[in-house]
Design a protein around this ligand. Sequence first.
Ligand code: PEP
Ligand code: MN
Length: 337
Amino acid sequence: MVIVMQEGATDEQIQHVIDRIVASGFDVHRSTGATHTVLGAVGVHRDFDHRDFELLEGVREVIRITQPFKLASRAFKPQGTIVDLGRGVSVGGHEIAVAAGPCSVESADQIQAVAEAVSKSGARILRAGAFKPRTSPYAFQGEKGLKLMRDAADKYQLFVVSEVMDPSQIQMMGGYVDIFQVGARNMQNYFLLRALGEVQKPVLLKRGMSATIEELLLSAEYILSGGNYNVVLCERGIRTFETYLRNTLDIAAIPVIKKLSHLPVIADPSHGTGRRDKVAPMARAAVAAGADGLLIEVHNDPDRALSDGAQSLTPGEFSQLMSELRIIAPAVNRHLA
Ligand code: PEP
Ligand code: MN
């Protein structure tokens, strides 16, 4: 249930409603908008009559959310969530946020070269994996990669997103990253999601390769229900009967999620296609479809990349794509740095 307070409802009125929600056995999540305060009531509760809440002073409207995800639903925050990264950069606002970088951190020279290139082209966020859900447990993993990434990002005023695989890594990784990425393979790792609900750093939650949109939103709900509202969703392609490309990038999921949820949605055309020559067309389509950002693999020497070289753009190709996106973005009322 979502309770929309009237414009100008007083603090006492809001507190009274909160008290009543708690007394009915719910947890309360508050969203303070520019004009209205919205109170989300979630949890297991006794029988109640939602009309009782409609009669409380200062209440404008009570909306019963029939979908299984509540805090992730658009009704909880009709104006949309803007995840603020600082220094004027955000995800979900007017500007399309682009995170770019290699699949994995390989060396100081590699990550520096890529950071320099992508920042020059207008990316705001450096992406790379230091811990990866790899087939081999011995392949270049660890904190050292995070440090190299942080240094490179700081040099070019970029934010850092990198994948966290286990709750035990959260504290250490928090010292290096600005956004925790949850990979497709971990979308339903509920211990990890719960642990990320307890921090305030933004979380980039990738859609599982066989996950429905509703399952993705329920995974987001785990994080939100812990009190971390800084969640960005990522469409990264799903498994279908079509095998020509690595995955089927579900572009339609973007407007569907934007309607169902207030959370920002970005697209990953790199993992979504698995082929460098298909990344730009899908990136253009994602922005045209309303994506709030993109996650794109870029490598300074893709043919020698240690992972995902085939889907990594060269710095030149990335720069060209960004120029194209600068033409598309205004057509959908957006802006690109
Ligand atoms: C990645 O972003 O490098 C990655 C491993 O992606 P996914 O979890 O979507 O496969
Ligand atoms: Mn990759």
